[in-house]
Design a protein around this ligand. Structure first.
Ligand code: FAD
Ligand code: FES
Ligand code: FES
Length: 1322
């Protein structure tokens, strides 16, 4: 630790730093969120002294992949070592908090560590360096913009709030009038003047004893003996060779980014580890006349620096391989992994997705090997990549270095890759290609093509290359090359990883890109001799650049006469923000361990629908430390409450259903034992996975929900045109950063049970636990301090998991902790409902829609959960902003054998409205109009009634829509995009603006009630409690703002500690965007009661202080505690009559997005987004804007890159950040402008609006902008028929929609002849 020496005499070779920090040193600031290096939540800084260069290297690392034994001689800095509330908050922590870069706070310590490490190396980083440094850190809440902004405050010329390109500061309100002039508009969400200066000289020094250790000339071999294995740190290179000779099977652990995951994921066991990382013989760069040799111990980050140096020194023609490597080194994994992983480890491990190996092979790189026997060289070639034994290392050999030769003028080397996400994602297909020409000609002398992710190993298109030698580099050669390479590299239709046709297309699309690049290169050498590529093709040569996102946020300033102490309307920082950034905010798994605590690991079903024939727990119970196995038999009460099954009994109904749990003294023991439980199944028919299958089997979770107005059939007979279509919207994983974690403590007295957990609905947990234990609810106390993100995923599921955990605690009599690892969390808890929508639309030739008949089916999974309510919501909300006089909408949840889907931000609206926007777009296409014109025509215009007959005034909708179109210069930019599209064949731009009418709360009035409890203590301090849960959305902060205004005291007097079923009973869920609305009213009510009691005292002593009044009140026996209550919005919905005042009010908005699409790869870049949202009066603009931006980015993820993959048998493949891609800092808009539009909403507290979910749907502007771009590509290729882009618009979907000669060329498989690897479940 920084400033603290840790001597660990029993270091276990299999223990990683993350768990050592958290469980041995109790340093819980470093978080667990995935355990596989993919999320950055566990980022720490490692500092090592290089005795050769005499320099200290600071590098970020993901602690979950760092073995503790590898830290001998290393200084580790965790977030606790950076700063603390108890000592000094570091400027990085302070600025991240004050710039509103933290919401739930679970990612924040990792963000701090990434920025801090960068600052240690570059005290004045450029914005590009900041963006790069954050590429390996996931945040599910903020949308990244404020995080980047906090980092750029350290840049020499801070670009914060600089409008891109203009150089003008956005603080200059007069210059930047996006909204009406008469109102005073603020753009400052924080005040930089409050920031402490950053003084790099004040950072702690590197421990001198570690320098002495590193410089010790008499190094000895070090051995750490663990329970199962030995960790050896050799003293010298000879020692490594000796060890390798003695233990040929022992891995050489370098970055541990392959060895570590192989232990975690594949249960690999290694008796001996050799760790030679620090050896100077593996760390060097040697430049000769013909190339550069780089030591195998260089990390990929150091490799990048070495290559950068070489390209700066050498002429470009010599460094083509280096340039190709550098391009991939920017996006390969994240910075943490790039700093940990080594060149040697990368080259030797040869995963089929390796980004560097194909380029090294194309560039004729050579591996220098060493063993006790001597030295040897092997080429990195096809045989090596294909792991042919003759071309491989011998077990006793090690890689000393890699030699990369220079290219010549007539050599061309290039690397290409396409992934779901631009950075930190394995390639879907990658390639390294090179061609050597006869000097002065375009005659191929040598050709090399290597492809990754197309087979179990990387492969060489050897036959193709052979046959093309001697050919001219021209279009004929290209067409033969494409044909040949598809014969050479065959991806079978059922190949692992799926996307078969896409991957086949990518192979030849990447080849085509290479062809163009080389042709362009030849033309540059001799323009007379070699023709250039068409101007229209030029733009596709370059990948999309990674820019530093920029933005501007506009909101109404508070009234200048408002008391400075009154925080309402001000951008107040999240009340836990500093604690988040210092790592001192306590999440459930951060709580200190309790005596006798046990850990629970689940055993889940591997079959989708099967009878349980037997459960054999004997081997599991034999594992040391195992206390018990808990099954359905052990549930004293209700194992099936409201249709939700705790432990499977007799049969399983989905893969991932919990069959039993194992309780043990450590999690490792529980997990090991869980793997030993043997369950025998007998499959039951039918097994229903998809909506289509559910419809075939008439399998539903509830009856149909319908609303209808007008006469739909009659209207269809009177329209100019009718179109029909279907739309698929796939599901989404919540990917809250904190996985579900529960601590259940049995009290041994009166059957009481206390639970600590992150939930949006403690009442529900209490209900389920009480039902499972068969005891009254008054014995169950649920404590909810905070959740590291929830997004709907912690409404119902914690009740089920809480009950499972409570049963284990009840049975064992011990406190039980139940933490779901990321893969289990994703498997068990499910997410957003996949939707299948059908529509029939009747419209006039001018775009006016007269009739719509819409049907929705959602995949609800195996139990009811909230599927019926989701369908109700999507039926009610489906019309969005459009008035269709004859409208029929029906919906039904399908019962399938998938884990039960649940609530998710937007609750059906984000799926339903894709259908609405799709048919609007289709109508526009049929009428030859822009979709925006059709939207305008059909949008609600005056005070109207919804399809379910609720009256509303759409004025704010019109305003947001109009301002969005105007201020984004939509029509002008649309013309520019069209111009761009005319000039570019393979890249297309698209724009879309979507309007939004989003409702908050629920049609069941009782669900909208809330209560609060406010105490005033005798020192004047105030404790506010209410039924709402803090899930990162800033609810507690807003409640303190409300109490501060109502009690007329500064915020510093007020505290909110947690939400607790014992304090506020029967609270409703914190969801539906109504947390602030309903709890705010309850807190307001409690405060007003207290103030009315205090009034006589204040009147008598008007100049007195708050503390005096409280003392006096107490002495006069005035109660200083009050409950506040809000009866709830009086909503209703009569499904029989199909009408009601279903929602208290609507939030309106509009968003315009512009994208650029690469038609050859399917990649897209989000160039700009403008959001206008009707916030009425924002209680806290920083929090509201944070919700909008975060929701937008989460929505963007839903509609573009987030893709859950299921096997035809219902097995979820996507179980972690490696195979489920949420947006990173690279995906967010290059420019994002958010404006809170003022309106009135007297029904809600301080005339505010609930904004927690609204931003989500606005992300669909990206989907429809992509649609626009793809449509432009299709039109150019002669495809004018209206087409539908399903959600998500992944690179695969985009590429395969941009039909061209390459998609036509690939072999198509007959679906009846094979079983695909994955299927669509919507
Ligand atoms: C989250 C994550 C994301 C990733 N993303 C990408 C990506 O986008 N693209 C990509 O290409 N790769 C990616 N990778 C893979 C990464 O590049 C490799 O894991 C890494 O390069 C391996 O290096 P290492 O030093 O960590 O190997 P280690 O795990 O230390 O070792 C791996 C193997 O190599 C052997 N070995 C190591 N060094 C030597 C040597 N000098 N001589 C002989 N044998 C040796 C070891 O015995 C072991 O078998 C990712 C990995 C992770 C964890
Ligand atoms: S927990 Fe280590 S990277 Fe996710
Ligand atoms: S604040 Fe980043 S994950 Fe919640």
């Amino acid at each position: 630790m920084q400033l603290e020496t840790v001597v660990e005499t029993n270091a276990d070779p299999e223990e990683n730093l993350l768990f050592y920090l958290r469980k041995t040193l109790y340093l819980t600031g470093t978080k667990y969120a995935c355990g596989g290096g993919g999320c950055g939540a566990c980022t720490v800084m490692l500092s090592r002294y290089d005795s050769k260069t005499k320099k200290i290297h600071h590098s970020p690392a993901t602690a979950c992949l760092v073995p503790v034994c590898s830290l001998h001689g290393t200084a580790v800095t965790t977030v606790e070592g950076v700063g603390s509330i108890k000592t000094r908050v570091h400027p990085v922590q302070e600025r991240l908090a004050k710039c509103h870069g933290t919401q739930c706070g679970f990612c924040s310590p990792g963000m701090v560590m990434s920025i801090y490490t960068l600052l240690r190396n570059h005290p004045e980083p450029t914005p590009a360096q900041i963006t790069e440094a954050l590429g390996g850190n996931l945040c599910r809440c903020t949308g990244y913009r404020p995080i980047v902004e906090s980092g750029t405050t350290f840049s020499a010329k801070s670009t914060v709030c600089q409008l891109k390109g203009t150089g003008k500061c956005c603080m200059d309100q007069e210059e930047r009038s996006f909204v009406d002039k008469p109102r005073k508009i603020c753009t400052k969400l924080y005040n930089e003047d409050e920031f402490q200066p950053f003084d790099p000289s004040q950072e702690p020094i590197f421990p001198p004893e570690l320098i002495r250790m590193a410089e010790d000339p008499n190094k000895r071999r070090l051995t750490f003996q663990g329970k199962r294995n030995t960790w050896i740190i050799p003293a010298s290179l000879d020692d490594v060779l000796e060890l390798k000779a003695n233990f040929p099977k022992a891995p050489l652990v370098m970055g541990n980014t392959v060895v570590g995951p192989s232990i975690k994921v594949n249960d690999a066991y290694y008796p001996v580890f050799i760790y030679p990382r620090g050896l100077p013989e593996l760390h060097f760069v040697d430049t000769t006349d013909d190339g550069v040799t780089i030591g195998a111990g260089y990390s990929l980050a150091q490799l990048k620096d070495a290559l950068l140096f070489t390209v700066s020194e050498q002429p470009q023609e010599k460094t083509k391989t280096f340039h190709a490597l550098l391009k991939h080194l920017r996006t390969l994994a994240g910075p943490q992994i790039r700093n940990m992983a080594t060149l040697g480890g990368h080259v030797v491990s040869r995963p089929n997705f390796s980004d560097l190996n194909p380029i090294l092979a194309a560039g004729n790189a050579i591996i220098n090997l060493r063993s006790k026997e001597g030295e040897r060289k092997i080429p990195i070639n096809g045989d090596f990549l294909e792991k042919s034994p003759e071309a491989d290392l011998k077990p006793e050999e090690i890689v000393l270095s890699v030699y990369i030769p220079y290219s010549t003028q007539w050599d061309f080397v290039w690397g290409l890759r396409q992934a779901q996400r631009q950075e930190n994602d394995f390639a879907i297909v990658n390639a390294g290609m090179s061609v050597k020409f006869e000097d002065g000609t375009n005659t191929i002398k040598d050709l090399k093509m290597f492809f990754g992710s197309v087979a179990p190993t990387q492969v060489s298109a050897t036959q193709t290359c052979k046959q093309l030698i001697g050919r001219q580099w021209d279009d004929h050669m290209l067409s033969d090359a494409c044909r040949l390479v598809l014969e050479d590299i065959y991806i079978p239709p059922d190949a692992k990883g799926g996307m078969v046709e896409y991957r086949r297309t990518l192979i030849i699309s990447l080849l085509f890109k290479f062809y163009l690049k080389v042709q362009r290169g030849l033309n540059k050498i001799d323009p007379q001799k070699f023709p250039n590529i068409p101007e229209k093709f030029m733009s596709v040569l370059e990948d999309f650049p990674i820019e530093t996102p920029q933005g501007l946020q506009m909101f109404e300033c508070v009234n200048p006469y408002q008391l400075p102490q009154d925080p309402v309307g001000r951008p107040v920082m999240h009340q836990s923000a500093i604690k988040h950034t210092t790592g001192e905010a306590v999440f459930c798994d951060d709580m200190p361990s309790i005596a006798q605590e046990l850990f629970l690991a689940p055993v889940t079903s591997t079959r989708a629908h099967a009878k349980i024939m037997s459960i054999d727990t004997s081997q599991a119970l034999a594992i040391p430390g195992v206390v018990d196995v808990i099954t359905a038999e052990d549930v004293p009460g209700d194992n099936n409450h409201l249709g939700e099954i705790l432990y499977a009994q007799d049969k399983v109904i989905c893969v991932g259903q919990i069959v039993c749990t194992v309780a043990a003294d450590t999690y490792a023991h529980a997990k090991e034992a869980a793997q030993k439980v043997k369950i025998a199944y007998e499959d039951i028919e039918p097994r229903i996975i998809t909506i289509e299958q559910a419809l075939q089997h008439n399998s539903f979770l509830s009856v149909e929900k319908k609303i209808e107005q007008g006469n739909v059939e009659l209207a269809f007979s009177n329209v100019d045109q009718i179109i029909e279509g279907v739309v698929h919207v796939e599901g989404q994983e919540h990917f809250y950063m904190e996985t579900q974690t529960i601590l259940a403590i049995p009290k041994h007295e009166d059957k009481e049970m206390v639970l600590h957990l992150g939930t949006q609905y403690p009442t529900h947990v209490q209900e389920f636990v009480a039902a499972a234990l068969n005891i009254p609810r008054n014995r169950i106390a649920c404590h909810m301090k905070r959740a590291g993100g929830a997004f709907g995923g912690k409404v119902t599921k914690p009740a089920l998991l809480g009950a499972i955990c409570a049963v284990a605690a009840y049975k064992t009599g011990c406190p039980v902790q139940f933490l779901l690892e990321r893969d289990s969390d994703m498997l068990i808890t499910a997410g957003r409902h996949p939707l299948y929508g059908k529509y029939k639309i009747g419209f006039m030739n001018n775009g006016e829609i007269k009739a719509a008949d819409v049907e929705y089916y959602v995949n609800g999974g195996c139990t009811p959960d909230e599927s019926e309510m989701v369908v109700e919501f999507l039926v009610l909300k489906s019309e969005n902003a459009y008035h269709i006089p004859n409208f029929r909408c029906r919906g039904r949840p399908c019962k399938t054998n998938l884990p039960s889907n649940t609530s998710f931000r937007g609750f059906g609206f984000p799926q339903a409205t894709v259908v609405a926007e799709t048919y609007i777009t289709a109508v526009a296409s049929q009428c030859n109009l822009l979709p925006e014109e059709v939207k305008e025509i059909n949008m609600y215009k005056t005070i109207s009634k919804t399809a379910y007959k609720q009256t509303f005034n759409p004025e704010p909708l019109r305003k947001c829509w109009k301002e969005c179109l105007e201020k984004s210069s939509f029509y002008a930019r649309k013309v520019e995009a069209e111009e761009f599209n005319k000039k570019n064949y393979w890249k297309k731009r698209g724009l879309a603006t979507v309007p939004m009418k989003f409702s908050i709360a629920t049609p069941k009035a009782y669900q909208n009630q809330a209560a609060a409890l406010v105490h005033i203590y005798l020192d004047g301090s105030v404790l506010v409690a209410h039924g709402g849960c803090e899930i990162g959305q800033g609810l507690y902060t807003k409640m303190i703002q409300v109490a501060s205004r109502e009690l007329n005291i500064p915020r510093s007097y007020i505290h909110t500690c947690e939400t607790n079923t014992a304090t506020v009973p029967n609270a409703s869920f914190t969801a539906g965007s109504m947390g602030t609305d309903i709890n705010g009213k309850a807190v307001q009510n409690a405060c007003q009661i207290l103030m009315s009691r205090l009034q006589p005292v204040i009147r008598r002593n008007p100049k007195g202080k708050w503390e005096d009044w409280i003392q006096t009140a107490f002495q006069e026996s005035i109660s200083l505690s009050a409950t506040g209550y809000f009866k709830g919005y009086q909503t209703n919905m009569d499904w029989e009559k199909e009408e009601g005042d279903a929602f208290p009010y609507y939030v309106y908005g509009a968003a315009c997005s512009e994208v650029e699409v690469d038609c050859l790869t399917g990649a897209h870049k989000l160039l700009r987004t403008d959001i206008f949202i009707d916030a009425a009066f924002s209680i806290n603009p920083a929090i509201d804007i944070g919700q909008i931006e975060g929701g937008f980015v989460q929505g963007m993820g839903l509609y573009t890159i987030e893709e859950l993959k299921y096997s035809p048998d219902g097995v979820l493949y996507s179980r972690g950040p490696d195979d489920y891609k949420i947006p990173t800092v690279t995906e967010i808009p290059e420019e994002i402008y958010v404006t809170l539009v003022r309106s009135r909403n007297p029904i809600a507290i301080y005339s505010s609006k609930g904004l927690g979910e609204a931003g989500m749907f606005l992300g669909s502007s990206v989907l429809f902008a992509i649609n626009d771009a793809v449509t432009a590509a299709r039109r150019e290729r002669g495809l004018t028929k209206t087409f539908t882009l399903n959600s998500p618009a992944t690179p695969e979907t985009i590429r395969m929609s941009c039909v061209d000669q390459f998609t036509d060329m690939i072999p198509k498989d007959d679906p009846s002849t094979f079983t695909p690897w994955s299927i669509r479940v919507s």
